[in-house]
Design a protein around this ligand. Sequence first.
Ligand SMILES: [Zn+2]
Length: 289
Amino acid sequence: MPELTLQVGNVRLWLLSDGVSYWDGGGTFGLVGRSKWAKLLPPDEQNLVPQALRCVLIEADGRRVLVDCGVGDKPNELLATQYDVRRPSGTLLDDLHRLGLSPEDVHLVVFTHLHGDHSGWATCLSGERLAPTFPHARYIVQRREFDDAMHPNERTRNTYFADNFAPLWDCGVLVLLDGPTQITPSIRVVPTPGHTAGHQSLIVQPRGEPPIFLTGDLSPYMIHFVRLPWVTAYDVLPMQTIDTKRHWQLWAFEQRAIVVNSHDVHMPVGRLIRNEKGFFSAQPLDAHT
Ligand SMILES: [Zn+2]
């Protein structure tokens, strides 16, 4: 079943999963020494740590909006050798089916960014050809992200797989945004550059309730949101990540926002609190808040 269901005012969210991927902990925690992060997330003997492949389904304003879509199932040698995906409960599509939904039921797909662990199910093989997996959906991403993904460099080449997004453009279902945009009356996107230059996060605003902030990889684990210098080694603009986090960390605290991250296996959802010295920490949040 979905990892968590949240009902906040007129909005419903399901945390869905495309499995768990095992990555080198040095990548996840960047400059932070292993002795620090290993206490929070003990690595295995190969230094691998688990990353939930989290996707979020939002039901609001009569629309079903899927945020990010895992690694998918298209044959990909690099993914097979480097992503180490384990799926004891199946894929994102299995999670959707458990909710009684099929790909036809999704109206919008929003990408926080186009890395291979966030855009995999966007397309699938239909016979010989690649087609959108969600046939009735519009797909939404920042233009800057799409441009960078279509022109990867030596550093980003191993994570932008054109099969995931180029067919969307060819089919005319990809919508490119330039900055903050209201997607539905309750859902907007805001640029959160750092992990990638064109990265965006989502703010869901239920009526009369605190907002819900879907960080994407601005904060893969909750600890990244709490501690500004904790930045992954994958971030292309690490100082920008810190500035972006500084802004949204304070915003989330002041708004009492529910924060949902992209990969944390222990605390997918939480709320910031601050001690008398001014330091932030996160409190886990259970379902049905
Ligand atoms: Zn990611």
